[in-house]
Design a protein around this ligand. Structure first.
Ligand code: FEO
Ligand code: CA
Ligand code: CA
Ligand code: CA
Length: 517
């Protein structure tokens, strides 16, 4: 409507230019405060972990958006910071590490639950609230497989927790991404003979946990911290898990495998309000078909795997046998709240010459989320002329504006990786839906040095954007002289942290849904 367009004009967005300043810079109309950072006490026994990624917030009471539980993923650790171990000193670094060092690292991955409250515009952790707890690399987690791998119905710990999601029944989902970095991977040759590829962190030298125990979607109960790994959604480098509730309360989950030439998946549950059972599909984006990873009905799976559990554990191989389309590192996924279209970040695929990545759009047939056919197209490609590269996390605000973050690798921040130099530090962008800036990619936040902005999540009233600042100062080789000092603590050590971004710009972008589209 005219009124809406006038409103948009009145606060025409002034984006930031690319910057290599070591600070969290924000566009006009935004400000931030830090809610929690690495090492902060959350209870008498626990502290906040390292490298926070996905965040989400569930209020206790739908009528009070200012008091609830924040979930934060802790994806991985930088040993120099966490266990005082400098891998650069050794040729085979992880042969030189102690159990005590590995224990420290295992503590700092997983996730955190904290109660947070907003008072006078400031979000604070409620100290010692009974909900505050850590889930870490050693927390027992239940698992619901029929033919247990290496015997266990309980798994020790979660790691590599990248992005995630939330269920309609108000639990957290946290996704195990690059799990092979911690416990290695089981690999099969052409005769189906298994060998174990060692991990880069070498945790298996002290804790011989099977690689098959990791690489799952994990559901966490916010109230008591109990957790379960969901086998039915398959095992691979899950970036995220984005849910849609069907009318009969069954759920559809979209999840992707963030690795060069891996796949996009969709899961349709067979029971309402549960992710325990259902069918997993892989996307053939060329022909627009969801292909079922179903041992019973797919002959090619029956001849290659002994049962459905093995299909799910070796989902990558099963997806390839079925003809799933190789994608350029599919990462975060969001559903457009207005059109129901599904958007997937394809970060890049340098080996294939896709340097800047793109955003893929999926339109399910007749808009039905349980459809078996769809149309795929490129919504937006990264590059210099578009002003962004390597899209990773996505979030829609209450008005359907799309927010996205970039994840250019550490090399680019070291200024060695030429195509990325022009973009400078990783950033947060918004793509307005309407008005004179509609469709433009506008930079609204610029990260501290070496950092990546992750886990964008809007509070239910649309007044706060929760955001993680992950791995500031990651390229540091000497803690006395770090590459970043954000968040500017007295000790000068850079620390991953979760911030609350508030201000006019957030509120106005979110209020637009009061106008007609
Ligand atoms: Fe942990 Fe694919 O980012
Ligand atoms: Ca990511
Ligand atoms: Ca997201
Ligand atoms: Ca990434």
């Amino acid at each position: 409507s005219k009124e809406r367009l006038n409103t948009l004009k009145a606060f025409a967005l002034e984006g930031l230019v690319a910057s290599d300043t070591d600070d969290l810079l924000l566009a006009k109309g935004l400000n931030y405060h830090t809610i929690i950072k690495w090492g902060d006490k959350i209870s008498d026994t626990d502290t906040f972990g390292f490298n926070n990624d996905f965040t989400c917030f569930i209020p206790f009471d739908e009528n009070n958006p200012k008091d609830g539980l924040l979930w934060v993923n802790h994806e991985y650790v930088n040993p120099l910071f966490v266990s005082d171990f400098d891998a650069r000193k050794y040729e085979n670094p992880f042969e030189h590490r102690t159990k005590e060092q590995v224990d420290k690292e295992m503590y700092d991955v997983g996730g955190t639950i904290v109660r947070i409250k907003e008072e006078n515009g400031v979000w604070k952790v409620v100290e010692n609230d009974p909900h505050n707890r850590r889930i870490n690399g050693k927390t027992p987690i239940s698992v619901n497989w029929d033919s247990p791998i290496k015997g266990k119905s309980t798994i020790i710990g979660t790691n590599s927790n990248c992005s995630g999601g939330i269920t309609p029944w108000k639990t957290f989902l946290t996704c195990e991404e690059n799990y092979d970095g911690f416990f290695g991977e089981t690999e099969y040759d052409t005769n189906n003979v298994a060998t174990r590829r060692p991990s880069s962190y070498g945790w298996e030298n002290f804790y011989d946990y099977p690689p098959e125990h990791y690489g799952w979607v994990v559901e966490v109960n916010p109230k008591d911290g109990t957790a379960q790994k969901h086998i039915a959604l398959g095992r691979f480098a899950h970036e995220c898990c984005t849910l849609y509730e069907l009318e009969d309360k069954r759920v559809v989950a979209y999840t992707a495998d963030d690795k060069n030439d891996e796949h996009l998946y969709k899961f349709i549950s067979s029971e309402p309000g549960s992710l325990k059972e259902g069918t997993l599909f892989v996307a053939d984006t060329i022909n627009g078909i969801w292909l079922a990873l179903d041992w019973e009905t797919q002959a090619v799976l029956k001849s290659n795997f002994k049962d459905q559990t093995e299909v799910l554990i070796r989902a990558r191989e099963a997806a390839k046998l079925l003809g799933g389309t190789a994608l350029n590192r599919p990462e975060d996924i969001e559903i457009d709240p207005i059109t129901g279209n599904i958007f997937i970040s394809l970060t890049n695929n340098k080996q294939k010459g896709d340097v800047h990545g793109s955003i893929l759009k999926i339109e399910e047939n007749n808009g039905a989320f349980d459809a078996l056919h769809f149309k795929a197209s490129t919504y937006l490609a990264g590059g210099e002329e578009k002003g962004f590269s390597c899209p990773d996390n996505l979030a829609f605000d209450l008005s359907g504006n799309l927010w996205l973050t970039s994840d250019m690798s550490g090399n680019s921040m070291n200024k060695k990786d030429k195509p990325y130099m022009v973009f400078k530090n990783n950033s947060l962008f918004v793509i307005p839906r309407l008005g004179e800036d509609a469709g433009k990619v506008i930079r609204v936040a610029s990260a501290p040095k070496d950092a990546e902005l992750t886990g964008p999540w809007f509070s239910p009233d649309g007044k706060t954007l929760f955001l993680s600042v992950q791995h500031p100062g990651e390229q540091t080789t000497d803690l006395k002289n770090p590459t970043s000092t954000w968040p500017f603590d007295e000790d000068g050590i850079p620390k991953p942290a979760v911030v609350a971004i508030t201000g006019d710009l957030i509120e106005k972008m979110n209020k637009l849904n009061q106008f007609e589209i």
